[in-house]
Design a protein around this ligand. Structure first.
Ligand code: HEC
Ligand code: HEC
Length: 349
């Protein structure tokens, strides 16, 4: 009797376990609702191969905030991509990773990634699902390997459960890890700034006369490169910065090997620009004033300087002090307070 009873308990345990694994995906996971902002261009990321789900996003968020993705178990993605600064590394011109090692570039804002065809200043990858491989393997960033990470995560029951809930095959593996991170990065959408409300005619979108004047100037002087409501045309361009001799970062040419791409960098979005200082690929400018002074006074000549910055009157963009002030006033309307305080983007246990 005793034996039969124990066998019974054992069977119940086994079947409970199987039940758990089989039913858990459908029971608790639901489609995650995501709307493309009406003033945005078409989405680039293909959601059909990785549909957003509540558990997929939750897993992605946990991974993004988890130091175990690095060799020291301290440096998470969010260590460098901090939400209050639109997911940049506040106060660092060049990024700091494991053992306080200094990288070569300023941390980019992670926002509206689903709408981008390229990632990183040199466009090192065009696939959001593989973006994480770069920081994970970079010795100055996370300095870790994917198999090590999977080993660490597999030992953690909270992760076992979440992977089972998030994906049909339930495996704790690198494919699912990348897909979950992408799901989280897709929802990092910044589209609720004052400017967005202005464009969509929503309450809170009334521009002051100075902001409206700044927008007019911006459309005239900056919009050809910082285009669409993403504020980038996704091209690689040389905007005439003096070469930084300590880094000699050749930008796009480091990926393409084409000398005509020397010192061309991906045109960055200007969303949340008030929060993401310092500026440019090497974080050389601490303020928007210095950025504008560069465009006005200090654009350097290169054979492949962007033709837009070469005018009859010389190099750069003509602006009076008042015009610069108005442009900056306008740029501040791109700050999205809902984005930087959005609970969905913040890790909670
Ligand atoms: C040590 C700091 C650091 C860590 C950790 C880090 N990043 Fe980054 N991230 C950067 C820097 C610096 C750049 C710009 C690099 C470049 O352009 O070459 C960047 C760029 C990016 C971009 C490109 C954005 C764009 O618009 O092109 C994405 C996406 C991104 N990181 C996601 C992640 C994810 C996901 C993780 C975690 C797996 C992560 N990062 C970890 C510093 C970091
Ligand atoms: C010819 C194309 C072009 C024009 C015109 C242009 N930009 Fe840029 N801008 C770029 C490129 C390329 C970069 C990135 C360069 C780098 O990081 O090395 C950039 C970077 C910036 C940055 C730094 C962004 C960051 O996240 O670090 C700001 C701010 C900026 N531009 C503002 C402006 C303003 C304001 C105007 C108009 C007065 C303007 N730009 C005109 C191409 C352009």
């Amino acid at each position: 009797m005793q034996k039969i009873f124990s066998l019974f308990i054992l069977l119940v345990l086994i079947s409970c376990k199987n039940d758990d694994f089989e039913s858990v995906y459908e029971d608790v996971n639901e489609p995650y609702s995501f709307e493309i902002p009406s003033n945005f261009p078409e989405m680039h990321y293909n959601l059909e191969h990785n549909p957003l789900t509540t558990k997929g996003v939750e897993l992605g968020r946990k991974l993004f905030y988890d130091g175990r993705l690095s060799s020291t178990n301290i440096v998470s993605c969010a260590f460098c991509h901090e939400q209050p600064h639109a997911f940049t590394h506040h106060n660092h011109n060049l990024s700091h990773g494991v053992h306080d090692r200094v990288g070569r570039r300023n941390t980019s804002a992670t926002q509206n990634l689903a709408f981008q065809p390229w990632f990183f200043f040199d466009g090192a990858t065009s696939n959001l699902d593989t973006v994480s491989i770069l920081p994970i393997h970079d010795e100055n960033e996370m300095d870790e390997t994917i198999p090590n990470i999977i080993e660490k995560l597999s030992e953690d029951s909270a992760y076992q459960k979440l992977f089972h809930q998030a994906f049909e095959d339930g495996e704790v593996n690198s494919t699912n890890m990348m897909l979950a991170l992408s799901q989280f990065m897709v929802i990092m959408t910044s589209s609720d700034s004052k400017y967005d409300k202005y464009v969509r005619g929503e309450p809170g979108g009334e521009l002051t006369p100075k902001e409206a004047y700044g927008l007019e100037l911006f459309n005239d002087k900056c919009r050809s490169c910082h285009a669409t409501d993403l504020f980038t045309d996704h091209q690689f361009r040389n905007n005439g910065l003096p070469v930084n001799p300590n880094l000699n970062d050749k930008g796009r040419a480091e990926v393409s090997g084409n000398p005509n791409d020397d010192y061309k960098f991906k045109v960055p979005s200007l969303r949340n620009i008030e929060l993401t200082w310092p500026y440019m690929h090497d974080g050389r400018f601490g303020s928007l004033e210095s950025v504008l002074l560069h465009y006005r006074n200090n654009v350097q000549d290169y054979p492949n300087l962007d033709p837009i910055l070469r005018t009859e009157n010389g190099l750069g963009i003509e602006m009076t002090d008042e015009e610069m002030e108005a442009i900056i006033e306008f740029l501040k309307t791109l700050t999205d307070y809902e984005f930087i305080t959005n609970d969905e983007l913040y890790f909670r246990t």
